[in-house]
Design a protein around this ligand. Structure first.
Ligand SMILES: Nc1ncnc2c1ncn2[C@@H]1O[C@H](COP(=O)(O)OP(=O)(O)OP(=O)(O)O)[C@@H](O)[C@H]1O
Ligand SMILES: [Mg+2]
Length: 279
């Protein structure tokens, strides 16, 4: 397996405030579905936006298949946290899915074919002519996923993509994602604050600390590739893994990472005073 994404020493600070993401380093292998789980407000969306080239890192680097990311790469797609604001209400479903393809070399019929294929992959054939507001929340989120897949990205970034749908739709969308991801071999990095979702979906779970985000653990998920919402979630291995992630999220490791970040920030702000005192 080759490395698709390499994040190295990534730090992002908004203005002169505290770091939202602090010195994160990890890689994601090609074809892997990696989940990032972290507490609310810890810096998950900031991390994804920096990986997508939408936010310049304060320090550190992001590389996609070996190329340094400085602007949004053509072969990367993002599904944002709030689907209701990410679709254009004045465009039909097909036109929403086709929209980002305008910036590719594909002609109009090829763009339409791609949109139809992507909508079929997410189980939405037949709604091409409808407007997003005529669809349920779960269907709208499928349209967002289809739009992301239509460009055939090598890396798909997903920011809490199923957070605003009901529990049953969420299960259906999780299964849809695992099926489409394995069929198309897409590399996926998905952010969630839901421990069970991270274990159910992931080939691997990266656990983040409280703000500023640091990596507390990187756990391989050794569950069978073929998963089922009932039997997998009942299995002893699933229960043990979710317990492990919960302990890491809420336990002393997360606190220790937050304390270390606070310590580093205090040391950095005191450094000039020490220098001055010496002179
Ligand atoms: N545009 C911005 N300007 C200034 N500060 C910001 C901005 N966006 C986020 N922050 C701050 O950065 C920190 C991390 O925010 P971020 O949205 O990345 O967290 P998150 O883990 O995605 O949160 P949530 O779980 O609520 O989605 C927060 O303290 C937030 O207030
Ligand atoms: Mg967020």
């Amino acid at each position: 397996m080759s490395t698709m994404l390499e994040v190295s020493g990534l730090t992002h600070r908004y203005g002169s405030g505290d770091a939202a993401v602090d010195d994160l380093s990890f890689t994601v292998e090609s074809g892997q579905l990696a989940c990032i789980v972290g507490p609310s407000g810890c810096g998950k969306s900031t991390l994804l936006r920096a990986i997508a080239g939408l936010l310049p890192p304060t320090s550190g680097t992001v590389s996609l298949h070996g190329d340094r990311v400085t602007t949004v790469p053509d072969d990367l797609a993002v599904v944002f946290q709030d689907y209701s604001r990410s679709l254009f209400p004045w465009l039909t479903v097909a036109k929403n899915v086709e929209f980002p393809l305008r910036w590719t070399k594909l002609d109009k019929p090829a763009r339409r074919r791609r949109a139809t294929e992507a909508l079929t992959a997410v189980g939405l054939s037949g709604v091409e002519g409808k407007f997003p507001w005529q669809l349920s929340g779960g269907m709208q989120q499928r349209v967002s996923i289809a739009r992301a897949l239509a460009s055939r990205p090598v890396l798909l970034l997903m920011d809490e993509p199923f957070a605003s749908v009901d529990a049953q739709t969420r299960f259906d969308l999780e299964d849809l994602l695992r099926r489409v991801q394995s069929e198309q071999g897409t590399t996926v990095l998905l952010v969630t604050h839901d421990i069970d979702e991270s274990v159910y979906l992931g080939d691997r779970v990266l656990v983040l600390s409280k703000s500023p985000a640091r990596i507390v653990a990187d756990l391989p998920v050794d569950l069978p590739a073929q998963r089922d919402q009932i039997t997998t979630r009942e299995s002893a291995r699933f229960v043990s893994l979710r317990g492990e992630v919960a302990r890491l999220l809420h336990g002393p490791a997360s606190q220790a990472a937050a304390d270390a970040a606070e310590w580093d920030a205090a040391a950095a702000s005191e450094a000039p005073a020490v220098e001055n005192a010496k002179s």
